[in-house]
Design a protein around this ligand. Sequence first.
Ligand SMILES: Cc1cc2nc3c(=O)[nH]c(=O)nc-3n(C[C@H](O)[C@H](O)[C@H](O)COP(=O)(O)O)c2cc1C
Length: 172
Amino acid sequence: MNKDFSELVKTRRSTREFSGENIDDNTIQDILSIAAYAPSSWGGHPVEFIVIRDRQTMKELARCKQMGAGPLAYGDAAIVPIIDRRKLELWVEDAAVASTYILLAAEYYGIGACWIHMKDRRGHTGTAEEDIRELLHIPEYYGILNAVSLGIKKRELRANELRPTIHFECFN
Ligand SMILES: Cc1cc2nc3c(=O)[nH]c(=O)nc-3n(C[C@H](O)[C@H](O)[C@H](O)COP(=O)(O)O)c2cc1C
C-alpha cells in the first residue's frame, strides 16, 4: 500500500545509491504527471521536462557540474526541468516547486530521487548551466535550475527527525 501523505513526506530521503534495477517509462510519466500540477507563478504551469535515460548522456550530465552530481551518473533516469525565462520572472521558484513535486511523487511510487543543483555552480568548461545547455541543446532563453536523478533505492535510509522553528504571531 502507498504511504499516507504525512508518512511519505517524513520518510523521504535523498537517494544517492541505486540498486541498478530499471524504472519503467510509465512510472516516470506518472511522476511527471504529478509534477505538472505544481503551483506556478501566474498559474502558467511553465515547467518543461527533459527526461534522460541514455546512460552515456546521464554520465555526461553528471560531469556538467564539478562536484556533487554523482547520483546523476548512477541512477536509472535523470530529469532536467527547464523554463522559458522570456515568459516568467519567477522561473527559479517555479522550477524549485516542480522539482519538489518530482521528489515527492518519486517517493510515492517507491522510487529514490535526489535534487542535483546546477544554477550558479561550476561546470567543467564553464558554468554547470552552460555545460548542460550544450549537452542537451537547450536554448539560451530556457532557465536551468537543477536536475533530478531517479533510480531504485539500494537501501532505505533512516528518516530525519525534524522539528520546525515556529514563531507565533511575530518573531520571538
Ligand atoms: C536546493 C537544493 C540543492 C541540492 N543540491 C544537491 C546537490 O547538488 N547534490 C546532492 O547530492 N544533493 C543535493 N541536494 C539534496 C540535499 O543535500 C538534501 O535534500 C539534504 O541533505 C537533506 O537530506 P534529505 O533530502 O535526505 O532529507 C539539494 C537539495 C536542495 C533542496
